[in-house]
Design a protein around this ligand. Structure first.
Ligand SMILES: *Cc1c(COP(=O)(O)O)cnc(C)c1O
Length: 449
């Protein structure tokens, strides 16, 4: 043992080193994002948003102020699980057979009970609604992580939660429903007969698997109909991206502890919030001339809005109840195939990320789900951490980056966001292990294997 040299793998922060402000990328865009439009195409004003969101969140949505102080009561709840870990994946590097000059780091967001980064915005959203006199939040959930996070935050901050869960996830993930109910939430399989949007869809297609866009329509309808009920969205919107920026701020400090600067920062993209959370603080750092890090967004080949969508105005939901946003979109009526990364089955993308992709500040790539699960298991077996299928898109891209660097004989430091754990995604892992997963390619419309 005399020759053993301890090499550090974990770069953790003290409690009091957690960020106390959120970073608003809107302060640093070369061109401001296009304004939201109402259903009739006219400018959507703050008043229209006020029917479903509290005033402080609307301010964050449209502001170009660079920093927002995180309220004390929000910090108190965030402190139950933050600061979060940043690890160097030494065992994974070894398993991949990487040379000494190719390093992989990951920032892990699966440490709270709901298991993903979504708690980071669920908590401030519950807080701002609560102090604005709202008693109930209606929301949708795709894979179940957002509903879980909001249920948890609702329990912690004392606000009721009603969840419309996308049908395919409701069927595939009973434990997610039970999780939400354990924290006191009411959960419906979407589409329901409780809303006009739901009834219209069921009439059109009684066997529908549901979609995130449709579940959003249902929740927005419920929120708009009642003055003490608001709507909460777990991704896409600017205030959600804002709340997630504690991830990247922590990562920057932790990479400094590790004594390295990433060459590339990678995260998966559904609506874009975990990517924004990790990447936007690095975007600022690049503006400040402190890093040259590339920012790489990863999406599924079956639902590739950034790499195959159009950059145009579209609705956030199936029934066209939300404002129209300028974003990369596959169309609000696109129902993605039932791939096993439910959190990435969304037709659109964050307007902020869309804008930055459009301006070539952010790169995007798409991967097949079987490659994603292969990457997930390779990572799991090396690092003893079971990643969410969504997060594993980032792992697949990190492997590709590492191998490309190794082949080129170049040094590379890779940082990826591991947005959540996969403990409640075991059915998907089972399907993969038993060879039951299919790969779809949106671009060609084909099942490719
Ligand atoms: C919801 C979710 C995603 C996708 O949402 P984004 O807003 O794009 O981050 C990714 N990973 C996990 C674990 C999720 O729960």
């Amino acid at each position: 043992m005399a020759s053993y040299v301890h090499e550090r793998s974990r770069f953790n922060l003290e409690d009091n080193e957690m960020p106390t402000q959120w970073y608003n990328v809107q302060a640093d865009l070369a061109h401001p994002i296009a304004p939201y439009l109402g259903p009739d195409g006219s400018l959507a004003d703050a008043e229209a948003l006020a029917a479903i969101f509290p005033e402080p969140l609307i301010e964050q949505e449209i502001s170009t102020q660079r920093w927002f102080d995180i309220p004390g009561p929000v910090l108190d709840v965030l402190h139950t699980y933050r600061p979060g870990p940043l690890n160097r994946a030494r065992m994974f590097e070894k398993a991949l057979g990487l040379p000494d000059n190719v390093h992989i780091y990951y920032k892990y967001e699966g440490i709270n009970a709901s298991g993903s980064h979504k708690a980071n915005t669920a908590i401030p959203q519950a807080y701002y609604n609560k102090i604005s006199g709202i008693t109930k939040l209606a929301t949708e959930t795709g894979a179940g992580q957002w509903g879980s996070a909001l249920s948890m935050a609702g329990a912690q901050l004392g606000i009721e939660v009603e969840v419309f869960m996308v049908g395919v996830s409701y069927d595939q993930k009973p434990y997610r429903r039970i999780f939400m109910e354990s924290f006191g939430a009411t959960v419906h399989r979407s589409p329901t007969t409780l809303t006009e949007a739901g009834r219209a869809m069921l009439e059109k297609d009684p066997d529908t698997l549901g979609s995130l866009g449709l579940a959003i329509s249902e929740a927005v309808e419920v929120a708009a109909a009642s003055p003490d009920t608001n709507y909460a969205l777990g991704s896409v919107l600017n205030h959600v991206c804002l709340h997630q920026t504690i991830i990247g701020q922590e990562a920057i400090k932790q990479m400094e502890l590790a004594g390295e600067e990433p060459d590339v920062v990678i995260a998966c993209v559904g609506g874009g919030s975990n990517f924004a959370g990790l990447a936007f603080p690095y975007y600022l750092r690049r503006k400040e001339g402190k890093t040259g890090a590339r920012l790489l967004a990863v999406e599924p080949k079956a639902c590739p809005s950034l790499t195959h969508g159009s950059f145009e105005y579209d609705f956030g939901d199936e029934a066209k109840l939300t404002p129209q946003m300028m974003m990369y979109t596959l169309g609000h009526d696109f129902v993605p195939p039932g791939i096993h990364a439910g959190g990435l089955r969304y037709h659109g993308d964050s307007p902020l990320i869309s804008q930055l992709v459009h301006e070539n500040e952010i790169e995007a790539t798409a991967v097949y789900q079987k490659d994603v699960f292969a990457a997930a298991l390779e990572f799991a077996r090396a690092e003893a951490l079971l990643p969410a299928p969504e997060s594993s898109h980032a792992i697949a891209a990190a492997i590709a980056e590492a191998k490309a660097a190794a082949e080129a004989g170049e040094p590379r430091t890779i940082l990826f966001g591991l947005s959540g754990h996969g403990f409640l995604d075991l059915a998907a892992y089972e399907n993969y292990i038993n060879g039951k997963l299919q790969d779809y390619d949106f671009a060609t419309g084909a099942v490719v294997g």
